[in-house]
Write a protein that binds this ligand. Structure first.
Ligand SMILES: [Zn+2]
Length: 239
């Protein structure tokens, strides 16, 4: 009873560790989807406010998703882009909020959020950029550790995400726990089959390893392997 609970907890722990390792691996080594070509989801939108433009870009590819929210000066000429609502482009997992209060955001600021994990997004982290701040203090990490500062607004940075996205985290953890259990079960089966074949080759009982000197037909007196069937077979013949 206690042993199987311990086994389940052990595999769940393996699942958690694998989940975090994969999410951090994606965060550090997987190129953000804005810069990549194979994007599975994308959305963007922009709206104007007094003295500036609010621009949201979102994109997702396997293992990583990216959303940025920028406040910048209006384009020199009003662009002819469709005026899609920027807040509609912000995914549910993001911390980024629409500008609800007048003057809450200044021009030349940018918020970036990244979510990582596979098969589901399980952790997120990002940074805020203030281009008016002195160099070295422009990019402030949010819910993560900034491993590499972005070269410009939003692009090229690397953040180690620390905020847990629960539904994806649980899903990934269960997936990796089950996968590791199946892998161990498969490997244990292979090891057992190999050991049995090795014992038979050396004329020993495949079940316990007792030396039968190659006389495998009669079964094993040590552990009873093949004995029951051998005995009942002999009895059947005698009768
Ligand atoms: Zn035996």
């Amino acid at each position: 009873m206690k042993r199987w609970i311990f086994t389940i907890l052990l595999f769940l722990l393996v699942g958690v560790l694998a989940n975090i390792a994969v999410a951090w691996g994606c965060a550090l080594w997987r190129v953000a989807p804005i810069l990549a070509s194979n994007i599975s989801e994308a959305a963007s939108g922009e709206s104007y406010f007094e003295g500036g433009i609010w621009l949201v870009q979102y994109a997702r590819r396997a293992g990583i998703a990216y959303v940025s929210s920028q406040y910048r000066s209006p384009w020199p000429q009003t662009p002819s882009l469709a005026p899609e609502d920027p807040s509609a482009a912000i995914p549910k997992w993001s911390r980024i909020m629409p500008p609800t209060l007048e003057g809450r955001h200044r021009v030349a600021t940018c918020e970036v959020d990244r979510a990582c994990g596979w098969p589901w997004l399980s952790m997120r982290g990002g940074w805020d950029t203030d281009l008016d701040a002195p160099a070295g203090k422009r990019h402030m990490p949010v819910a993560g550790v900034l491993v590499k500062a972005p070269a410009d607004i939003g692009l090229g940075g690397r953040v180690l995400p620390l905020h847990v996205l629960w539904s994806g985290f649980l899903g990934n953890t269960l997936a990796y726990a089950v996968a590791s259990w199946l892998l161990l079960w498969f490997l244990a089966g292979r090891a057992k089959a190999t050991r049995r074949a090795f014992r038979v080759k050396r004329g020993r009982c495949p079940s316990c390893g007792y030396d039968l000197r190659g006389e495998l037909e009669a079964g094993c007196p040590e552990c009873g392997w093949r004995r029951e069937t051998a005995e009942s077979g002999a009895k059947a013949r005698a009768e």
